[in-house]
Write a protein that binds this ligand. Sequence first.
Ligand code: BG6
Length: 507
Amino acid sequence: MSNPTTNPLRVGLRQERVISPQCLVIFGASGDLTHRKLIPALFQLFKQRRLPSEFAVIGCARRKWDDNEFRQKMENALSKDSKEDQNLLKDFLKLLFYQSVDLQDPEGVINLATRLEELDRIKATHSNKTFYLSISPSFYGPACNALREAGLLSDIKRSRLVIEKPFGRDYSSAQILNQLVQSCCQESQVFRIDHYLGKETVQNILVMRFANAIFEPIWNRNYISSIQITAAETVGVEERAGYYESSGALRDMVQNHLTQMLAITTMEPPGHFDPEAIRNEKAKVLQAARLADEIKPWNCCIRGQYSKGGTQNQPLLGYQEEPGVNPDSTTETYVATKLFIDNWRWQGVPFYLRTGKRLAKRLSEVVLTFREAPVHLFDAAGGSPTSNQLILRIQPNEGADFRFEVKSPGSGMRSRPVEMEFSYEESFGEPSDEGYVRLLADAMLGDPTLFTRSDEVEAAWRLYTPILELIEDSPWQLPLYPYESRTWGPAEADALLAKDELLWRRP
Ligand code: BG6
């Protein structure tokens, strides 16, 4: 829409807050997330000069590495994709330290506490500590207990705990985990991370809704006929079979990322932009959400699993043939489901959520479809006028489109749909940071706005309980439909919408 080179908004756009001196402790430092996301995000913050000079990262895992080995691994991770500035990289690596810790061995955690004190003195980190749990979810409880016993969470103002998803496996395990975490520290110290909330485009849903006067009056059941939320991936399970086999798409994507997009799209306007005001509204709307058919979930939920596909030159394995996957696996790699929200704003509006691996395109978006014009005055190209749609493009090509009918040129009065487009890149001239950059900074700043509170996470699990129970108790009632890799999922998911005379968007 606007020219990036002349856009005055580009100058001084970033409003940065100052991160206090501190030590960031990453548990699971030898893992994939640390290599692929956390260290690159920290390096990005370093390049943006957003890390304080009194700062240290301690990587912790069971492996017997030393500081140099850890630095070497992280250097490899950072230099893998791009040519980084070598001097900057060297300075960044000096901030990294390593401590071998087995969370089940109290002595290991005591040694960590001693190392933290030592680094606190050397680096002047003012005893501020952020602990990041990037470990197997079954260790979240033991990790919290170990940190509490070592006295590392006792200073409410100086210690924080960041917990990766999935937080629990279902409603009751999430409740138990919440109780355990809250017995180790205060809720104000806990930052449950969902990296979708770190995406600029997800945060932008809030800004579009609440910084403009035109959207809110029509953002409800009177004007909106349905909403689709999609997170489609082209990748398969990659090297994560061990985790994914016990998770599946419902726990991996729907309960968290898709449900967070739903909450942001449907929450009431908060009284002010305050972390608790926002989280109150998100929790409230999730508590009002339910599956379209809680008694017979098979009427509103389709599960699928990818089978082989691709081309002759680039054949793709089916899920059951992937390394580490059980050849008889019944783990779903695709879910489509229909929900309602029982409140004044949304009563009767269907919400369709879908996610899958090895789909035709990588694409995350929220699509609001508006009600049809009450009277059709004009002939429409294609037979009938299309409904207006607002498409919020989360990724890739971050931005938004608004689709509406205009007059086709020429004599006569035929209408046809066009799209008005907003592109982040065009307007702001720079790609947005990865979600982890924003969220790591916010956790270290102590700003919980973009983190999930205990009641929200429980409400999100409660929403899918009928499906999870059915899969557990009588899985044959919720069949697993195969779909060819690099297609849009099983045909049964199309039928879910066809029953409502709708189609999934396939951009
Ligand atoms: C993660 C899931 O949380 O999100 C992965 O565990 C998934 O399975 C990833 O691939 C998708 O994130 P993004 O940001 O690439 O859409």
